[in-house]
Design a protein around this ligand. Sequence first.
Ligand SMILES: [Zn+2]
Length: 115
Amino acid sequence: MMKIVEQCDECGKGTMQEKKVDYVLLGQNLGKFAALVCNHCAETVFGGDTFQIIEKKARKKGLWGIAAKTRIGTSGNALDVKLPKLIVEFMHLQKGQEVLIEPMDKKRFQVNVVG
Ligand SMILES: [Zn+2]
């Protein structure tokens, strides 16, 4: 087999080397997959075929396509955000649970379940 030494697109200094690396999605490890990893900046690239396998595994575990659009509604004087069912089920959220909301910037906020 011919060995092709590829330079890293990200840093331009390192070379990409074949490695098996863990793929973690939504905090769950899907297993080790073949990837090219830069020996300088650790940039990791999965091949298209590998990525299809990863996607299949993620779908099986219900970890794929969890992000969903929702709208801001009103509740008295406050605004509320309806949580899509997929997210509720994935996170096992329940009515009355306490959450901490903090803005990350003007476009994003983070909700942490605290209770
Ligand atoms: Zn690099």
